[in-house]
Ligand binder design. Sequence first.
Ligand SMILES: [Zn+2]
Length: 318
Amino acid sequence: MNPVCPICSAQSVLHRSDLYDDRYAYPGRFHVYRCQSCAHAFTNFMPSSTEVAKLYSDYYPRRNYDPSTWHPPQDPRGFVSWLWGRKGGAYAWVPERVRVLDVGTGAGESLGYHNVRGCQAVGMDPDANVERIAREKNVQIKIGLFSNTDIQGESFDYVTMNQVIEHFVDPIEVMKEAARVLVPGGRLIMGTPNYRGLLARLFGARWIHWHIPYHIHFFSRQSMQKAASLAGLELESVNMVTESDWMFFQICHALTRPAPVSASRFWSVGEQRPSLTKLAMGLALIPRFLRLTHLWTRMLDAMGAGDNVVYICRKPLR
Ligand SMILES: [Zn+2]
């Protein structure tokens, strides 16, 4: 029997079978199920906390992060930013001079962006490797998981999670914690992949954002609405904006996808890439150089078939 939907408990159907970790070679085959009621999609992999630690410390390559590549994102306004899809980042929706918490901040580049805009910005990340970067770049990052934190209630105007909510085993618990730390009227902004877009259909198992088993949840508008209300939030707006370089990464990924249990030479950070991988990247660079990848991305977003959705949820006033 198929698992029930983790958001609304309705029955699910098999959506895609036999996916594998085609980036970092975590072993195993995984299936994606789709809820028949709210269209939420999810994998059959619900790792324990020890498995999560292993998954991110042994397989995910954050420890190889090079601080010389640290650059806060640019101002997301104007034609060039539109062309690049900069508003696909959750940071881009945060106003100036507010208190903001960025969950899953990684190296904290968005914190640098908020700081120059007069915000009080704090990041949170489970990876202790980023402590050194935070010190060097003068940004504030708390190390730990975002559940039952010691953060004081009602202490932030905004909470952002960029490409993060899909990684959690229990996204509703995480959204409840966000609701707790937000002031009444505060907002939770989440960018997350859209599995119902055209590229997911076109590329099938080679779609870049299956990213199994790191991605566990794939939201629909209905499932996000349900999750928000269970967490004590209101879904305020749904915005389809995809960063244009994802199209470039998608082409590279599709051309270089490895066999099961072998690591991708495209995604492996800090390793020498073989000439065939370099050739595939060279081919993908042509439409990027001509800005075709950008135009295709903007077209897909306009059609409502893009790869990324920014959900904005509001904590009701008392
Ligand atoms: Zn459901």
